[in-house]
Design a protein around this ligand. Structure first.
Ligand SMILES: [Zn+2]
Length: 613
């Protein structure tokens, strides 16, 4: 039996669109023969993780049995007229990075990004409760789609829910982020024959409704003054200060010895529990359970999460509270639905390390943002033509980033902190040498994973632990866009770019330069113990070589290089070829050689730091 790969189904792609994914469910594993025939014969750990969750509808089908059965039986139960309800968490970047300084960031970044997913899950659950018999067909980081039976009062119900969401986000997040519910109608016939384009118009209507609602965020006309004007100093005592994690609310609580507001305290508690727990149970109750994390409050109902390390305790809790239980680790499946929320964060004695601690003994931290090149169009195509394929692609990609990359980091990159890994992208912060090595490995693994049909582009930004996280986040976004732009200028359709130390190029080129420069490094190190000043000089020659057209004086770089080489490195005849090689490298790559030089300079600095300690 063969399992077809979704990337076999993909043709070329052009535009951009909607990206989503879905958590795993236990039903994948009920088919004994699949387990016996396929899983038993897979020896590689990663393939096991990957294939075990992708039981197909039949041999060589790329549609998962789970999606097929779920969608078919759902629309069968819902009847002919179907309501599509989509949810969209907007302002996610703000939600995660706003108001945060680096010294405190490690405690809370990871949990804020997990919180986005948990709130999305809760909102979907609230919608499902309002519409009897409804269920999710798509679910991802900050987005979902639910199918329900059509009912004439649906607009009222959605408005009521929207109002409750608006209220919550205004009260707790000052309306800087929020959740939008949009809707459109379709029919069972269209859903079952989605590929025939009949459903396309309905999906476009849904997207239009979402656009419209985005323009009318928070219907202020409907709100009372006390819901709009929030006085954060209301009930604050004169000796209380602003919370250092969000810089927005009064710090009234204390977590791990640091004062913070109640929202941040809750997020910090989630962060520290994510590091040490394997199971997460989500439930709704009228009162807060001791030790529970608050996910969402509406009227008398409090949605909360309890985290457990013991499977038995988790199962007991889930039975008692009628909760939904997830295995949030990147370990193998053991009978509980998987949702890789608890991805890796460097820790010591089960406490998350601060960025200062991560950067100890190193020249600095590096942020990395990566996403899949030109994926939007494939996603859009599947979204319009086949939810089942859309889910399969989302799931495979999400699996790569949230489970596989997370596991890779846990095993080999102890000083890399995952801010976000899922959907089709990756965002992490870590010790810079580890981040650069990881970048290369992830890029290669992804290329093979996608059957050499898709590539990643990455932005890497180096910084000191004291830099503001919001600033780094905007810098790394810019770097990632530059990487995509420059790489696509170089050879048209394909991307596969990297932007590091502010210089963009094709990833292959970056590797080639490193490889070619390695010879020079070996040579230099055989001549002198102190190579740093030589690298600094080379940085300057690269700039000159790049800018000859701007200033003819810059053409002098060649003679300066030869002079410097003879004076400071070697005047021997047999070393002349080395100087010529170096000249050719600078001539050919110009500033693109600089990132490799910077990495060498920092590596030297780290070495001397290590020696003096
Ligand atoms: Zn706060």
């Amino acid at each position: 039996m063969q399992i077809a790969h979704i990337f076999n189904d993909n043709k070329t792609n052009n535009n951009s669109a909607f990206i989503d994914y879905q958590p795993f469910d236990t039903r994948y594993f009920e088919n004994q023969s699949f387990k016996e025939k396929v899983v038993k014969n897979i020896t590689d750990e990663y393939s096991k993780l990957y294939y075990e969750a992708l039981e197909p509808i039949s041999d060589k089908s790329i549609i998962s049995k789970y999606d097929d059965e779920k969608l078919n039986s759902l629309v069968e139960q819902l009847g002919e007229d179907i309501l599509m309800i989509s949810g969209d968490f907007w302002g996610i970047q703000k939600f995660i990075f706003d108001g945060l300084n680096s010294s405190k960031a490690a405690k809370i970044l990871r949990s804020r990004s997990a919180m986005v997913q948990l709130i999305t899950y809760v909102v979907a659950d609230m919608v499902k409760k309002e519409f009897a018999g409804s269920d999710m067909v798509l679910f991802g980081a900050g987005k979902f789609m639910i199918f329900a039976s059509y009912e004439s009062s649906y607009q009222d119900k959605l408005q009521k829910l929207q109002k409750c969401l608006d209220n919550y986000f205004l009260q707790n997040f000052f309306g800087q982020t929020g959740f939008i519910l949009s809707s459109s109608t379709t029919t069972k016939t269209k859903v079952l024959h989605q590929s025939s384009n009949e459903m396309q118009k309905d999906l476009e209507n849904l997207a239009k409704d979402n656009e419209l609602k985005k323009l009318q965020k928070f219907n202020f006309l409907d709100l009372k003054d006390d819901q709009v004007c929030i006085d954060i100093f209301d009930r604050a005592n004169s000796d209380e200060s602003i919370c250092p994690f969000c810089s927005k609310r009064v710090a009234k609580e204390s977590v791990e010895g640091i004062k913070s507001c109640s929202i941040c305290a809750n997020q910090i508690a989630l962060g520290s529990q994510l590091v040490k727990s394997r199971y997460l149970s989500i439930f709704a109750d009228t009162k807060r359970s001791e030790g529970a994390i608050i996910l969402f409050e509406t009227g008398a109902t409090i949605y909360q999460a309890m985290l457990f390390d013991s499977k038995e305790k988790a199962q007991q809790h889930s039975c008692k509270f009628n909760a939904k239980l997830f295995d949030i680790s990147d370990e193998n499946y053991t009978g509980i639905a998987k949702w890789a929320l608890g991805s890796y964060a460097p820790s010591e004695n089960k406490k998350i390390k601060t960025f200062d601690e991560i950067a100890k003994n190193s020249s600095g931290l590096m942020a990395l943002k990566a996403d899949v090149d030109r994926l939007g169009d494939i996603f859009r195509n599947y979204y319009m033509k086949s939810f089942k394929k859309f889910n399969r692609l989302s799931r495979e990609l999400d699996f790569f980033f949230s489970s596989y990359v997370s596991k890779l980091i846990r095993q080999n990159y102890p000083n890399c902190y995952i801010v976000f890994a899922g959907g089709d992208d990756l965002y992490l912060i870590g010790e810079y040498k580890e981040v650069v090595t990881l970048a290369k490995e992830v890029r290669e693994k992804f290329y093979n994973f996608s059957l050499q049909k898709a590539t990643l582009s990455m932005g890497l930004v180096m910084f000191k632990p004291s830099t503001s996280i919001q600033y780094i986040s905007s810098k790394v976004d810019e770097a990632e866009s530059r990487a995509k732009e420059v790489a696509s200028q170089q050879d048209g359709s394909k991307r596969n770019g990297i932007d590091i130390f502010g210089i963009s190029m094709k990833f292959d080129e970056f590797l080639k330069i490193e490889n070619e420069f390695a010879k020079i490094v070996t040579f230099l190190e055989s001549k002198s113990k102190e190579t740093t000043s030589f690298y600094f000089k080379l940085l300057q020659f690269c700039d000159m070589s790049e800018n000859v057209a701007k200033d003819p004086q810059n053409a002098m770089w060649r003679s300066k290089l030869h002079y410097f080489f003879r004076r400071n490195i070697s005047n021997a005849d047999e070393d002349k070829t080395m100087c010529a090689t170096l000249e050719a490298l600078i001539e050919h790559y110009k500033q693109k050689l600089q990132p490799t030089l910077f990495l060498k300079i920092y590596a030297n600095r780290d070495k001397t730091k290590g020696e003096t300690q």
